[in-house]
Write a new protein. Structure first.
Length: 237
């Protein structure tokens, strides 16, 4: 009786295991050196991981990355255990295979060198609109570039929001934040200027200041090294 019971248990276990697959997920990290044109979104697509996965592994809060820095990229490999199955004597059933759908390649777009959130893009575009309304497109790109240069500089906060809303003394660093004009919507030109600045093609020699020499009342700002004048703004560092 005991022998018969044990035999039944073995048969039942083998039958159960024939329907179960064991999945094991191994997680590894790949070191990647950032080059021009990279962004967290692009790296996530390339390695099939999310932006949050990359940020968490690298202890990042913001979405900006910098040319030349090394990031740890999480990579996930699924290992499937071999299944135990009984050989089948029944003739295999033939089913029609669905026609594969042609892959649609996305249109090539210029990838930003740095990536920021949609809300920060909107905030930066509204600052550009307030600071450079009436200026040329190049002038708008210059204002956005100064903000991004400040994010890169150790002298300023390390996020777009932090730079724009920085308080210096008893006032905000940018007058549109102080007087509320930053709350007005941005024009299409200002939005495009932000996208152009994010490609980091021209960093204006890392300028971190701009001012209108006709209206500036701070003599200190006039002592900074002038890099370029665009329209009514002087760009300096």
């Amino acid at each position: 009786m005991k022998h018969s019971y044990m035999k039944s248990m073995v048969v039942a276990c083998l039958a159960t295991l024939s329907f179960i697959g064991f999945n094991a997920t191994a997680t590894a990290a790949t070191n990647y050196k950032v080059v021009k044109g990279d962004s967290l979104w692009k790296l996530g697509k390339r390695y099939s991981v999310t932006i949050d996965d990359i940020k968490k592994l690298n202890n990042r809060q913001g979405d900006m990355i910098y040319i030349g820095e090394t990031l740890a990229i999480p990579s996930k490999t699924k290992v499937l255990a071999a299944e135990t199955t009984e050989p089948s004597t029944a003739a295999p059933a033939h089913t029609a295979k669905p026609e594969p759908k042609p892959e649609v390649q996305p249109a090539e777009q210029e990838t930003p060198a740095v990536s920021i959130s949609a809300s920060e893009k909107d905030l930066l575009a509204r600052l550009v609109e307030a600071e450079a309304k009436g200026e040329s497109y190049e002038g708008k790109v210059g204002v956005a570039t100064v903000v991004l240069n400040r994010v890169d500089s150790p002298k300023f906060p390390d996020t777009v929001t932090g730079v724009i809303k920085q308080v210096v003394g008893k006032a905000y660093a940018f007058s549109p934040v102080q007087n509320g004009s930053i709350n007005k919507p941005a024009s299409e030109d200002s939005k495009k200027a932000v996208e152009q600045a994010l490609t980091r093609k021209d960093r204006l020699d890392d300028s971190i200041y701009f001012y209108n020499p006709k209206t500036a009342t701070d003599n200190w700002i006039r002592s900074r090294s002038v890099i370029k004048t665009i329209d009514h703004h002087v760009f300096a560092k």
